[in-house]
Design a protein around this ligand. Structure first.
Ligand SMILES: NC(=O)c1ccc[n+]([C@@H]2O[C@H](COP(=O)([O-])OP(=O)(O)OC[C@H]3O[C@@H](n4cnc5c(N)ncnc54)[C@H](O)[C@@H]3O)[C@@H](O)[C@H]2O)c1
Length: 370
């Protein structure tokens, strides 16, 4: 089957943008024709390095390239304005995670894209891991029964350079949070894909390891009560040496537990726990792995950016929603916003009652609750 060729623009020419270019170029009849960065020099260098015709810092020049879709690969707080600009130009948009820094912004983005009739996809490429799909299938086919307990562990190592070499990392204004919004959001997305909406959360966070150069949390623990009645827990940190990887487990009402482990970070997860009666399998790693640098992690993500971008391209061609929609991303951002609100208030908070955070108060910097 032949298709009209799709014309793609890349917004933000930093670390993850190359994954998007590689992924689009793996699709038939797709051309990456323009890229934009707030830093004009970075845009032209990226264009030259990747053989992209237009590299610019001017949004109107970008859209003048006649685009069908853009990928937004900029820091989190800038996503909203760029997604709204794409919608205003009638251009489909795939936005990197987190979709926004709070639920209210994500709602505006979802509404604008629906009103403009453009598709909004959110990058959560870990949903395409076979190990993640196997858990979803075990819920769909009844193997697991009703899920009653979900657990997320994000136990990572980051060094000082991770925060200091990238100017936007580590402040509430430019990063929107710490380990929860930047790393744990992937696994919160999986948890809610499995267990659904959250009724209330209670959370605590602090900055134990990286406090000399960041104001956001490097360590966070949250308790979740789902609207289904299930309970869940998130433990997330970038303060470990070495890191111990990322794990999600789901337990069904009958007691069966299935889980996945991403270790080393960036590599496709395995189902390290599959404790289903009659089909038990435990596949833990046998050795502690050395921590790897960010470029290695990002390069390891390419295959799953490629499958998610294949789905996004197909969705545009078929006139359907992409596999992870703006609404899906909004679901985990509602929970995230309530978690940060709970850290600040020291009380349980409901995702349906809090959609944005008071910019004047910051959870960790003020040390509001001890
Ligand atoms: N899906 C994943 O696994 C994954 C992995 C890494 C990063 N990300 C996400 O991708 C986004 C970018 O991360 P990164 O590591 O590539 O960051 P980066 O700092 O390496 O690159 C960001 C680029 O955006 C540019 N920029 C900043 N503000 C801009 C604006 N308003 N308009 C245009 N350009 C602007 C910067 O100049 C920079 O070149 C983040 O939201 C991050 O969470 C996702």
């Amino acid at each position: 089957m032949t298709h009209p060729r799709l014309r793609i623009g890349i917004i933000g020419c930093g670390a993850i943008a190359g994954n998007h270019v590689t992924a689009y170029r793996a699709q038939p009849d797709v051309d990456v024709v323009a890229c934009l960065d707030a830093d004009a020099g970075r845009a032209t260098t990226f264009a030259t390095d990747h053989g992209i015709a237009t590299g610019t810092a001017d949004l109107e020049e970008l859209f003048a390239a006649g685009l069908d879709a853009v990928s937004v690969c900029t820091p989190h707080p800038t996503h909203e304005a760029l997604v709204l600009a794409a919608a205003a130009h009638g251009v489909h948009v795939l936005c990197e995670k987190p979709l926004a820094v709070d639920a209210a912004a994500a709602e505006r983005m979802v509404t604008a894209c629906r009103a403009a009739g453009v598709r909004l996809g959110a990058v959560f490429q870990r949903r395409w891991w076979p190990a993640a799909r196997r858990i979803r299938d075990a819920l769909d086919d009844g193997t697991l029964g009703t899920p009653v307990l979900g657990r997320v562990e994000v136990l990572l190592h980051r060094d000082a350079a991770y925060y200091t070499a990238t100017p936007w990392r580590g402040t509430w204004a430019t990063d929107g949070g710490g380990v929860l919004i930047s790393q744990a959001i992937h696994y919160l997305d999986l948890l809610q894909w499995y267990l659904g909406d959250v009724a209330w959360v209670m959370a605590a966070a602090d900055t134990y390891r990286h406090g000399e150069y960041i104001e956001v949390e490097d360590t966070l623990v949250a308790t979740l009560r789902f609207t289904s009645g299930a309970v869940g827990q998130i433990v997330a940190t970038t303060a470990m040496t070495p890191g111990l990887g990322e794990r999600v487990t789901v337990t069904g009402a009958g007691g069966a537990t299935v889980g996945l482990l991403e270790y080393p970070e960036g590599t496709p997860a395995i189902n390290d726990v599959w404790a289903v009666p009659g089909a038990e399998q435990l596949d833990p790693p046998t050795a502690v792995q050395p921590d790897v640098d960010l470029a290695t992690i990002n390069a390891a993500l390419v295959p799953f950016h490629t499958v998610q971008i294949a789905d996004f391209v197909e969705a545009i061609r078929e006139g359907r929603d992409p596999g992870v929609t703006g609404e899906d991303a909004l679901r985990s951002l509602r929970t995230l916003t309530a978690i940060y609100a709970s850290v600040r208030s020291g009380r349980p908070e409901r995702p349906d009652a809090v959609s944005s955070l008071d910019a004047a108060s910051t959870a960790v910097a003020e040390r509001a609750v001890r």
